[in-house]
Design a protein around this ligand. Structure first.
Ligand SMILES: Nc1nc2c(c(CN[C@H]3C=C[C@H](O)[C@@H]3O)cn2[C@@H]2O[C@H](COP(=O)(O)O)[C@@H](O)[C@H]2O)c(=O)[nH]1
Length: 341
């Protein structure tokens, strides 16, 4: 079977054959226009990764890189079965949900002297220890704890056996190439192999692998081992929040039939046609938004290729989705229980 290995090529292929999801070209252009003035602000910059998010590491150290690897290895499936009841983690007087609950639990464990970011620890962690470290402060546990246990043992073992127990060793092997680091991660860590079959072709989204490269770039502040000359070759990270915000911003459209299924709370399976179309069209849509943004600046004689890329657009849209939960409550997000996003 033909393998469309790059997420961008996969997205192009899917968008060209999608039935229930479509990119609204005019809508995408309008989103780019609305972002034009924001693109030079902190919310749209590499420094925002630390400045705007108190749970992210402050340092640009090997320990911080291993924090990122642990978190992105577990960066999946936080949506709760019922919106009212969800997993919450209280940390330093604040309550965190979703992805941030994961980060809060990691920082809580480190404060309690548990070496949760050390591969030698999580390679042999027991399920009970996972339940304890990632415990919720409500009755609702974090989803997929058994899968998180399995993924931790597997990734920790690979990191010990192939990279001396540190993800920084893997980063150094990439020789400042984002695409090479992406390939190293997908080839060595099975849980990052986020792929599907669409119209008899193998397509790839690599959501956690791409966000791992992006977060490594961010935590190392784009310098030294964290400098990637080809960082702009990454796509956005096809999770369940970006599609939701793109529909909210009218850059992406769902068919009536798909909208009905989403509103009924249908839980899709990994690889279902609807899921693949939603993720592929989201990537393609954001590629278009980036293109328009760069063209708008070019018309003003400004080359913004170092300031505007899919990574920074993604971070901006993801934070926007977080901050506009209320406004977006009528736009359903697609539900899949998986370890890929
Ligand atoms: N596309 C994209 N998806 C992202 C992230 C993040 C957090 N990362 C950055 C955010 C701030 C820091 O700068 C981190 O670097 C989590 N997710 C996904 O969202 C979902 C969780 O959502 P909710 O249930 O609402 O917490 C889940 O699929 C999770 O995998 C991102 O940035 N982009």
């Amino acid at each position: 079977m033909e393998q469309l290995s790059s997420p961008l090529e996969s997205a192009r292929f899917i968008a060209g054959r999608s039935r229930d999801v479509s990119v609204d070209e005019e809508g995408a252009r309008k989103v780019a226009e609305s972002l034009f003035d924001r693109a030079s602000e902190e919310a749209f910059s590499l420094s925002g990764w630390k400045a705007l998010h108190e749970l992210n590491p402050r340092a640009a150290s090997e320990e911080a890189v291993n924090w990122v690897f642990l978190v992105d290895t577990l960066n999946f499936s936080f949506w709760s079965d019922s919106a009212e009841q969800k997993c919450l983690v209280r940390y330093k007087g604040k309550e965190y949900s979703g992805y941030w609950a994961l980060c809060a639990a990691v920082n809580r464990a480190l404060d309690d002297g548990i070496p949760i970011t050390s591969a030698s620890y999580y390679a042999t962690m027991t399920l009970d220890q996972v339940r304890q470290v990632f415990r919720s402060d409500t009755e609702v546990p974090m989803p997929l704890l058994e899968e998180r246990h399995q993924v931790l043992n597997e990734s920790g073992t690979v990191l010990l056996e192939k990279f001396g127990g540190s993800f920084l060793t893997c980063v150094k092997k990439s020789e400042n190439s984002a695409q090479k680091l992406l390939r190293l991660v997908v080839e060595n860590f099975p849980s990052y192999r986020d792929e599907a079959v669409f119209e008899k072709k193998k397509v790839a989204f690599y959501k956690r692998a791409q966000i791992l490269v992006a977060d490594t770039w961010s935590v190392l502040e784009g310098k030294g081992d964290g400098f990637f000359g080809d960082i702009s070759s990454l796509t956005i990270f096809a999770d369940y929040r970006i599609p939701q915000v793109l529909v909210h911003l009218k850059a992406l459209k769902y068919s009536e039939d798909l909208m009905k299924k989403l509103r009924e709370g249908t839980v899709f399976k990994t690889g279902d046609r609807e899921e693949v179309e939603i993720r592929g069209c989201s990537i393609w849509c954001c590629n278009l938004i980036c293109k328009h943004l760069l063209e708008f600046y070019e018309k003003k004689g400004q080359d913004m290729r170092d300031q505007i890329n899919a990574v920074l657009l993604d971070y901006y849209l993801w934070d926007y989705a977080r901050d506009h939960r209320e406004d977006m409550k009528d736009i359903p997000f697609h539900q899949v229980r998986c370890i890929y996003y």
